[in-house]
Unconditional design. Structure first.
Length: 155
């Protein structure tokens, strides 16, 4: 399955790159896969062999609105070829290609906060968030108004 995901993700990536739509396709692919992950009924519908290709294509037209035609055509091909169940792997592979194209490397920042006083923790977290643009990279920082609360999660 991993090889299938690589082939499909590379194809989508190349088409998106050729048309200057890498960021938009990445965002929309992410939104679609997130919706599948969050909605069990939706994932059962699209992944189940019980529903026909035509039913799935109709469901796609009803659920994916205002998406780039490149992505909707890609999703239709996956449905026609009964490959939609590998969509999460395709997304992961697409993200790897996108990161490489944008010269991004995964980074994990770890700070031992146990010996610091509370005030120092807040200052250190504020400094880290300033440099790391924490609201965009660290979901707990965006949800919390307390800088110290966001220190417990990894950015």
């Amino acid at each position: 399955m991993e090889e299938i995901a690589q082939v499909y993700s590379r194809s989508l990536f190349e088409v998106a790159k050729e048309h200057g739509k890498l960021d938009r396709i990445r965002d929309e692919l992410g939104a679609f896969t997130d919706a599948l992950a969050e909605n069990r009924e939706l994932s059962v519908f699209f992944f189940s062999p019980y529903f026909s290709t035509q039913e799935k294509e109709d469901g796609l037209r009803r659920t994916v609105v205002d998406a780039d035609p490149t992505l909707t055509n890609f999703l239709q091909v996956l449905i026609e070829n009964h490959r939609l169940p590998v969509i999460h792997r395709i997304r992961r592979q697409f993200d790897v290609l996108w990161d490489h194209e944008n010269k991004r490397l995964p980074v994990e920042v770890a700070v031992l906060l146990g010996d610091l006083e509370q005030g120092a923790r807040i200052d250190l977290c504020d400094l880290l968030h300033l440099y790391l643009a924490a609201p965009s990279c660290c979901p707990s920082a965006a949800k919390s108004s307390s800088p110290s609360a966001s220190c417990t999660s990894r950015c």
